[in-house]
Design a protein around this ligand. Structure first.
Ligand code: 5GP
Ligand code: ZN
Length: 116
């Protein structure tokens, strides 16, 4: 846990969120500013700032993708298709420094990776 981290506060329920999935390791909730019809954030209960820091613990990466696999299989996302995005650092526009994975779907998605 990191004291001033927004997503750690969501994990501790100090800030409310709309939960869609949780298990012992992973928590998922709706993004407050959806960029797709379905826009969910998956986070690990262990605080890391970005995917490179998270990658020092390979199991935590597996925990996230197993949670996404379970959640998407139980909804219609796996059948219809979805996208997973993680932003790291300034050029990618990371604004919350608790590693998170955007799950986007619910309809056709636009092209990604364009310059802004
Ligand atoms: P980033 O830009 O760091 O990749 O993604 C951060 C995401 O967190 C943004 O899509 C933003 O809308 C979302 N977000 C920021 N604050 C809150 C909040 O308090 N609650 C929820 N549910 N999402 C948030
Ligand atoms: Zn955190």
């Amino acid at each position: 846990m990191s004291v001033n981290c927004l997503f750690c506060k969501i994990l501790k329920n100090e800030i409310s969120s709309q939960k869609v999935f949780e298990n012992e390791k992973v928590f998922a909730f709706y993004d407050i500013h959806p960029q797709a019809q379905t826009h969910i954030l998956f986070i690990h209960r262990n605080h890391t700032k970005d995917i490179n820091e998270m990658s020092s613990d390979a199991q935590s990466i597996a925990d996230i993708f197993q949670a996404i696999a379970q959640f998407t299989a139980e909804s219609d996302l796996a059948q219809n298709g979805f996208r997973v995005v993680t932003n790291s650092g300034a050029h990618a526009g990371q604004t919350v420094f608790h590693t998170h994975f955007h799950l986007l779907g619910g309809g056709p998605l636009g092209q990604f990776g364009q310059r802004s």
